[in-house]
Design a protein around this ligand. Structure first.
Ligand code: PLP
Length: 463
């Protein structure tokens, strides 16, 4: 900042709700969707998955949430709200300093979900998932992690509830982020770089592609295999699934309460999208207003140009994992065999997308943009320098688009209100920041040929 800045405005820099205002219910977008997401299919029968199909894989309480597209609200268990009190409500922050530097008439707000010890929004769902596993008396959980944020969050939640956890971490992140590993281990979880030789599917992937840096799709295959082959274990997923978006709705609900208390309402709501959970959570109640004709905010997903599921993917049934052992989901996908380049936003390197968000995008209720990583890091640096929070590379995708929208307002003179999700902090991503600062970062986007090759592997009957 070149000039000193004193906030003399009515709206404070940080707006906190009280502990009592932590929502008591999650909101289920599917209940209000006119076109509901297509059901997951069991690849063995090609019929919609049943409760019985899912019970060996996921904790029971979560299976019920996953399959329910009618119930609009689900009570948040008291035990979960109690843990939320350690870091929620999260602050809604007015980015006054960023606005000033951009010289924009737009008002920029962000909901800061990195304000907890796991450093990201992932904890919101991890706590619920560990709670239901514990309630069911399970022996433990397995999971995958890309950037390491989900593994960290679930390790924390499992440690809180005294539940063993094994994390399959995408090999490239395992190597790029040694301290992320240490945090996960500190919370008592086991951690395995994926693909590994600890599972049949991992061995197969390694045999086919020995030098692979891994992907979320591979790590999911391994974690699912481990869970279903270990007595009383279940698998836990940090994004994409309907129940994860349900839990993350707490982000949107709190944001809306805070904005309404300040007599504000967003014209544009922006979030980064990997599997879609933080974005799905942030837009949840704003989508409700939109579908019910109460307001008409633009809802924007931001994805990396290196892994452009929405903007260059197909809307088709596909496997959620590389090993093709999971149910088929109808979603925007780059193909389950697509392995994105080792881009620095590990959490956004997933071939598929939440079926809920995919349906909204297909129906024109959600927009999507793809951004290059160098532009993302320039936005991250500007944000860090003005708002003093070092954003996660994933979250910086949302910042990029928020800045771009604010700059459009500068051109047009429109005083739009922009809300974006700051899903996490980037203090374990310093290799990425270093690469950017040393001008060593490159944009590595897939060619049309690569994508066509990957689409050719989509399940043929349904592609
Ligand atoms: C900080 C952060 N933001 C966003 C994401 C993307 O996930 P989702 O699209 O489920 O919010 C991740 C995933 O690891 C993440 O760590």
């Amino acid at each position: 900042m070149n000039n000193f800045y004193i906030n003399t405005k009515k709206v404070p820099h940080r707006y906190y709700l009280t502990e009592e205002q932590i929502p008591t219910q999650f909101y289920n977008m599917r209940a209000d969707m006119k076109n509901k997401p297509e059901p997951h299919l069991n690849p063995a029968t090609m019929k919609p998955v049943t409760r019985e199909d899912l019970l060996p894989v996921f904790p029971e309480g979560l299976v019920d949430q996953e399959l329910d597209d009618e119930t609009p609200y689900f009570d948040i268990p008291d035990e979960v709200r109690e843990v939320y009190k350690m870091y929620r409500p999260s602050p809604l922050i007015r980015a006054y300093h960023l606005e000033q530097v951009l010289d924009t008439p737009a008002k920029i707000y962000f909901k800061f979900e990195g304000n907890n010890t796991s450093g990201s929004h992932k904890l919101n769902s991890a706590i619920v998932q560990a709670y239901y596993a514990k309630k069911q008396g399970l022996a433990g959980l397995t999971t995958e992690t890309g950037a390491g944020q989900w593994g960290t969050a679930l390790a924390e939640a499992c440690s809180y509830f005294g539940l063993p956890l094994t994390v399959y971490m995408v090999k490239i992140s395992y190597e790029q982020k040694p301290f992320r590993k240490s945090v996960i281990k500190t919370f008592g979880a086991g951690i395995v770089p994926s693909p590994s030789d600890t599972t049949a599917i991992g061995r197969l992937i390694l045999e086919k592609n020995p030098g692979t840096t891994g992907s979320l799709g591979c790590a999911i295959s391994e974690a699912v295999e481990k869970a279903v082959s270990t007595k009383d274990y279940r698998y836990s997923l940090g994004s994409c699934l309907n129940y994860v978006l349900l839990h993350q709705s707490i982000i949107g609900i709190e944001s809306k309460i805070a904005m309404e208390e300040m007599d504000e309402y967003p014209d544009i709501v922006i979030g980064c999208a990997g599997g879609g959970s933080n974005l799905g959570g942030l837009i949840s109640v704003f989508f409700k207003d939109k579908i019910n004709g109460i307001a008409n905010p633009r809802l924007i997903a931001v994805e990396p140009a290196s892994c452009p599921s929405f903007t260059r993917g197909r809307f088709a049934y596909d496997f959620c994992d590389t090993g093709r052992i999971t149910p088929l989901a109808k979603m925007y996908t780059l193909g389950s065999q697509f392995i994105p380049s080792p881009d620095h936003a590990g959490g956004l390197r997933y071939h598929g997308m939440s079926p809920i968000l995919s349906q909204l995008y297909h129906d024109g209720l959600l927009e999507a943009v793809a951004v290059n990583q160098i532009d993302v890091f320039s936005a991250a640096q500007l944000f860090a320098k003005t708002e003093t929070i070092l954003p996660a590379p994933e979250s910086a995708h949302a910042i990029r688009t928020a800045i771009d929208e604010a700059l459009i307002c500068k051109e047009t003179g429109e005083k739009k209100t922009i809300l974006f999700g700051l899903s996490g902090t980037g203090y374990f991503d310093m290799k990425a920041y270093d690469a950017y600062l040393q001008n060593k970062m490159v944009n590595t986007n897939p060619s049309d040929e690569e994508l066509q090759k990957s689409f050719a592997d989509l399940p043929s009957i349904l592609a």
